[in-house]
Design a protein around this ligand. Structure first.
Ligand code: PMV
Length: 322
């Protein structure tokens, strides 16, 4: 694949856009404090259909602008003064599960709006999708939105080579680089336990203010840096060791959950390694299967009460639907 994906072209309404979800392999939470993160776009998608309407509606809800913060933020930040639109959204990404449903919705809507306003290139779209998501969530880093815009595996604040783009918020900046796709199949499983990204981010922030915080953050950063290198050279065994270590650190900062630990334990006989993915405190796990034992892993996770999906990297990122 090429580093530079095509821009989102100009297109009149009505139109459809689709965006992948995402899965964080290394560095969630620590990335909010400047450490590296590795994220990949997963082949579960959200698709939106946008057409002119007689009011702003999302899935037929005329109150969606006041009820849905992402929809409101998208309209306020990327459809300023635009005519009313009727948006339909369908998704295979479980909600509030740490698998990027909000980033996918945000990027798909932002792409559709941008297409209707003359098109947009990927760096500008990554910045815009981040601002929309941050407008709705109040906290967070641009890893999720950049990944669903860029597709494939991306390193935030890490990796080698020229950045694909830099995302900014005030005086903070995050550099986003492509990491070669190792071609691995992963299994993600939603625990069904809902959680709030904002609450988890704030709780970890308080934990990292303790005296051992700087050492913990340095260890998160080392694991993510070495993890990015391992994935880039397709070193599965080393990546698995680092996935396990990352989970120990996430436990240490208090964002694991008994349901997540139960899923990881149930999957372990068919897994090289697993960890929570995303904000934690509920949400999902990501597991690297023992090659050839993906189906067994799915069964184990389902029997333990998870909602499992076999996922690969989506290499296209958000796009208009022809
Ligand atoms: O909202 P989630 O579960 O995809 O988690 C996002 C990852 C965090 O590092 C916890 C927050 C962030 O914005 O980077």
């Amino acid at each position: 694949m090429t580093d530079a994906l095509p821009p989102i072209p100009s297109r009149g309404l009505p139109l459809s856009a689709r965006a992948p979800g995402k899965c964080i392999v290394f560095g969630e939470h620590a990335v909010v404090h400047g450490a590296p993160e590795l994220v990949f776009a997963i082949d579960l998608h959200t698709q939106v259909f946008v057409r002119a309407g007689d009011g702003f509606r999302l899935n037929a809800d005329p109150e969606a602008v006041s009820r849905n913060g992402y929809f409101r933020s998208a309209i306020e930040q990327s459809w300023v003064g635009g005519p009313p639109v009727d948006v339909r959204a369908v998704s295979r990404i479980p909600r509030a599960a740490g698998l990027g449903s909000s980033a996918a919705f945000t990027a798909a809507v932002a792409s559709a709006f941008a297409a209707a306003q003359g098109g947009i290139d990927r760096p500008a779209l990554a910045q815009r999708a981040f601002e929309i998501e941050r407008g709705a969530q109040g906290v967070g880093s641009p890893g999720d939105t950049s990944t669903v815009v860029g597709g494939g595996y991306l390193a935030i604040n890490g990796g080698d080579g020229e950045p694909l783009w830099t995302v900014r918020a005030g005086d903070r900046r995050w550099e986003v680089r492509r990491v070669p796709d190792p071609g691995w199949v992963w299994v993600v499983a939603h625990s069904g336990v809902p959680r709030s990204t904002g609450d988890a981010v704030r709780a970890v922030g308080r934990r990292l203010e303790q005296p051992d915080g700087p050492d913990l953050l340095a260890e998160f950063a080392r694991v993510a840096r070495e993890g990015i290198e391992a994935v880039a050279r397709s070193d599965r065994d080393r990546a698995a060791e680092l996935v396990r270590r990352n989970q120990e650190l996430l436990r240490e900062v208090g964002v694991s959950h008994p349901r997540l630990e139960a899923l990881l334990e149930a999957g372990a006989p068919a897994a090289q390694a697993g960890k929570l993915t995303g904000a934690g405190a509920g949400g999902s796990v990501v597991v690297l299967p023992i090659p050839g034992r993906e189906a067994e892993l799915v069964r184990r996770l389902a029997r333990a009460g998870g909602l499992p999906f076999v996922v690969r990297a989506d290499l296209s990122g958000v796009s208009l639907v022809e």
